[in-house]
Design a binder for this molecule. Structure first.
Ligand code: ADP
Length: 328
């Protein structure tokens, strides 16, 4: 069966923000207009859909945004959209503008919402993975991860200087409630001695004995990078535990927090956001619906929206071996 041609689309950013979302919006708007489509910006994710806060976008609406962090469309989490009534209102609003398809830039939660909405109302949806956590299977990278991890690296490098000056142990908490990728990448690239992530159980006995052993041989500068979702409960809890086990350990905690979400997107994030945004429109043209776009081995990869939400990436043994060997 021929799928009907989509001529009016809406674009929104939803869930947690990530640097590079603006570059993706720009690519969607300009590629859509290039192909003769009308493109509408939906404000504050699904909230704007429910409230009818929708505006027509022109090529100039997205001028001068590729280098800006955040999202010009704003983002939010919408409780109304979780309900069938809320989604019915959202659909009515889309109809008023004649919107026939949606591009959703967000994380797995946003994709879940898109899939449910599309099942109910036959509005094709294309997802673009915008999340700093890189926790979606079906893509090697997500929009925002590279920027966030580089922000973390810059901050940890600075902490290393002061740790070195005082011969101190620093526990640095980075973002990642379910995924340890920011911790893993920033930890490896700053030479952290230990990296604690939610995907793997940490042996605290081993951790304490390793710290004692290092103390014994006067390896005094230590960085421990912890993902916020790590089972022990983040940096503060870990610090309490270490203090109890090694009372003479000079240690400080630093929680990097929201600086990891902001700032100008890196070149890498701008490029993948532009490629993904371009391909979102290609998907509508080709009739490839209800998928999210990823990049795997530098090629575009399309994963059904409902599958994207089920999988989590695994962190291989090799990564942990690298951490161990390089930080002795
Ligand atoms: P992220 O997209 O970053 O993972 P969330 O999980 O908070 O962020 O999801 C963003 C929004 O997507 C939610 O606020 C909600 O409006 C919508 N959403 C998530 N899950 C569902 C669902 N099962 N049904 C309908 N909407 C959903």
């Amino acid at each position: 069966m021929m799928k009907k041609k989509i001529t009016k689309i809406g674009v929104l950013t939803s869930g947690g923000d990530s640097p590079g979302m603006n570059a993706a919006i720009r690519a969607v708007v300009r590629t859509g207009i290039y192909h003769g489509m009308e493109v509408f910006g939906i404000m504050r994710g699904y909230s704007g859909m429910v409230e009818g806060d929708i505006q027509k976008m022109e090529s100039r609406s997205v001028a001068n945004i590729i280098q800006r962090g955040g999202t010009i469309l704003k983002t939010s989490r919408s409780n109304e959209f979780l309900t069938a009534e809320g989604r019915a209102i959202a659909y009515k609003n889309l109809k008023q503008f004649g919107i026939e398809g949606l591009v959703i830039i967000g994380g797995d939660g946003s994709f879940r919402g898109a899939q449910i909405f599309s099942n109910e109302y036959d509005i094709p949806c294309i997802g673009l993975p915008g999340t700093i956590d890189k926790d979606i299977a079906g893509t090697d990278f997500t929009i925002g991860f590279d920027t966030a991890v580089n922000t973390a690296v810059e901050a940890i490098d600075k902490i290393r200087d002061t740790a070195d000056a005082h011969d101190r142990l620093f526990i640095i908490e980075v973002m990642g409630r379910d995924a340890g990728y920011i911790a893993l990448h920033s930890g490896i690239s700053t030479g952290a001695e230990h990296i604690l992530i939610p995907e793997r159980k940490t042996s605290y006995i081993d951790l304490i004995s390793s710290l004692k052993e290092k103390q014994g041989r006067k390896k005094l500068v230590n960085l421990i990078v912890v993902a916020e979702g790590e089972e022990f409960g983040g940096a503060d809890e870990l610090a309490k535990h270490i203090k109890k086990q090694i009372p003479n350990q000079d240690l400080r905690v630093c929680i990097l927090g929201h600086i990891q979400r902001g700032g100008a997107p890196s070149c890498f994030d701008r490029v993948i956001a532009s490629r993904m945004g371009y391909h979102a429109i290609e998907c509508f043209i080709e009739g490839r619906h209800n998928v999210f776009i990823g990049i795997v081995n530098n090629k575009m990869n399309y994963t059904p929206l409902d599958e994207a939400v089920k999988k989590k990436q695994r962190i291989s043994e090799e990564w942990m071996k690298i951490v161990k060997i390089l930080a002795t």
